[in-house]
Design a protein around this ligand. Structure first.
Ligand SMILES: C[C@H](O)[C@H](O)[C@H]1CNC2=NC(N)=NC(=O)C2=N1
Length: 95
């Protein structure tokens, strides 16, 4: 069953449980700062494994100890449940 994008209301509702995330340009975004590059890249490696398990991948960038993440579902043309699933896995890696 193809994944479908969520409505604005659905996104707003789900976002309440993701207080560290915000909507920017229609994507679910999170900014992170680690102690150094190695810590940032180790985190990215773990996220990559989760992304592969979900078959759902982030748009992200890394500058030294900072990682910027933007989640959207290309196949759905917007934010879907998969984005919140991956965001949940990312939060679990951080705590
Ligand atoms: C062929 C493969 O299943 C698709 O391209 C998957 C891969 N990872 C993906 N990741 C994201 N963020 N959106 C997608 O639509 C998507 N589709």
């Amino acid at each position: 069953m193809p994944v479908t994008r969520l409505t604005e209301d659905e996104i707003g509702l789900q976002l309440e449980a993701f207080s560290n995330w915000d909507l920017r340009d229609g994507k679910l975004c999170r900014s992170l700062q680690f102690t150094d590059f190695s810590a940032a890249f180790a985190f990215m490696t773990r996220v990559a494994q989760a992304a592969e398990q979900l078959n759902h991948h982030p748009e992200w960038s890394n500058v030294w100890n900072r990682v910027e993440i933007a989640l959207t579902t290309h196949d759905a043309g917007g934010i879907s449940e998969l984005d919140f699933a991956l965001a949940g896995r990312i939060e679990a890696l951080l705590h």
